[in-house]
Ligand binder design. Structure first.
Ligand code: C6P
Length: 406
């Protein structure tokens, strides 16, 4: 049974007023709120366990290690990875992609090609541009149409022996468009030996991820968008490739032996986890996966899809409102502008005055904004605890903003 009030009760932060109005939190693509189970797991670690992992023989250190490794196995199950050591704790999606872009330096040479898409967050553009600068490789960009749908025949036409890497997001943060990553992966497997990276920052909170079924080489996501604390994230990689890849950061935790003559690296996953990890956060990330699974992916998805459909239908009743990516398959996000109102943040400020939190601006996706020839959009993004009443409040707020600004 899906009981929205039971779910909302687990998020005490939602029960407050902002600017004298009940908070309507619709900025979940930026970060989600955290349920009690996650807060308690984090607090329990700091009140009862706090110790460093993988190094102490004392009881607390062993407990901390056990709890963090248990969390790794929970994430392994959450994304259906074959092995727990294919799950690497990071600080978030940005760090995961930077790790790859650095560690894959020797995988590319001058004039090799990296394919990304027009729909990428800056985190899935800039690290690859930096890699191109280091190696002389070139970026190729899958175009979109006016609905924000990827034109994947571009992939078929542009794949060659030069294509060494493809990195695309599973869901666009700016538009909520769900990209056909399965098709892109199938095309790539047929026509190249390119490595495939999927940025799952906006997918992991919304639907079941199965990395074995996807057959991607790497899958990255952030904890804080899927109900876990900030500063947590996951890089999944296939065992064979992770074994061949050099480490990103050097330091403690990631060595097998260290001398002034030669250092050898630790086994997976520790080779990629230099330094003291965010133990409390990583444990709480496992609790966030449990939280999602306790609701059930299908229930969560059904509710969020219904919210999205309702929001879209209600918003489109307003004159001169344009939703970007309206015709595309989407999840979790509705991104829009009002005709004649050039500055999205003006709408955001009026909404904030009545307790509604949305994000406005370019959403760290300036190429998408350039494509639509706009400076930004108003973005409402949903989580499992949002309600249809909140959508009504949003729509009324947008109507009010339209009246005030036009
Ligand atoms: N998008 C948003 O408001 P980090 O900051 O490392 O947790 O995630 C970066 C990132 C990478 N890829 C995608 C698709 C993303 O959506 C994000 C973060 C937030 O849309 C903050 S800019």
């Amino acid at each position: 049974m899906f009981d929205i009030q039971h779910i909302r009760n687990q998020f005490p932060i939602l029960d407050q007023s902002v600017n004298g109005k009940p908070l309507v939190y619709l900025d979940n693509a930026a970060t989600s709120q955290k349920p009690l189970a996650v807060l308690n797991a984090w607090q329990k670690y700091y009140t009862e366990i706090n110790a460093n992992v993988h190094r102490g023989i004392h009881t607390l250190s062993q407990l901390a290690t056990e709890e963090m490794e248990l969390s790794r196995r929970k994430i392994q199950k959450f994304i259906n990875a074959e092995h727990d050591f294919e799950v690497i704790f990071t600080r978030g999606t940005t760090e995961g992609i930077n790790l790859l872009a650095y560690s894959l330096t020797a995988w590319l040479k001058k004039d090799d090609e990296i394919i990304i898409s027009y729909l990428e967050h800056h985190s899935n553009i800039v690290p690859w541009q930096m890699l191109c600068e280091r190696t002389g490789a070139k970026l190729k960009v899958i175009p979109i149409d006016s609905d924000g749908i990827l034109q994947i025949d571009f992939v078929e036409k542009n794949l060659s022996e030069k294509t060494r890497l493809i990195s695309v997001n599973h869901v666009s943060n700016a538009l909520g468009v769900v990209n056909p990553v399965e098709e892109i992966i199938a095309l790539a497997r047929k026509n190249s030996d390119a490595l495939i990276v999927i940025d799952g920052a906006q997918a992991a909170p919304h639907f079941k991820i199965d990395v074995q079924q996807l057959d991607c080489d790497f899958y990255v996501f952030s904890g804080h968008k899927m109900y876990a604390p900030m500063g947590t994230g996951i890089l999944y990689g296939k065992e064979k490739i992770l074994r061949e890849l050099p480490p990103f950061h050097g330091g403690g935790e990631m060595i097998a032996t260290c001398s002034f003559d030669k250092t050898t690296y630790a086994d997976l996953p520790f080779k990629f986890e230099a330094g003291t990890p965010n133990v409390g956060g990583n444990i709480a990330l496992g609790a966030a996966a449990d939280f999602i699974e306790s609701i059930g992916h299908q229930h969560l998805q059904n509710h969020e899809n219904a919210l999205l459909e309702y929001a879209q239908q209600k918003l489109l009743e307003l004159d001169g409102l344009r939703i970007y990516g309206e015709k595309a398959t989407r999840t979790g996000v509705v991104s829009f502008n009002l005709e004649g109102i050039g500055i999205a943040s003006d709408v955001g400020m009026i909404l904030n005055k009545i307790g509604i939190a949305v994000r406005t601006g370019h959403h760290c996706t300036q190429p998408i904004m350039a494509f639509f020839e706009i400076a930004g959009t108003v973005r409402a993004s949903f989580a499992v605890y949002n309600t249809f009443e909140e959508i009504d409040i949003l729509v009324e707020g947008v109507r009010k903003a339209q009246r005030m600004l036009s």
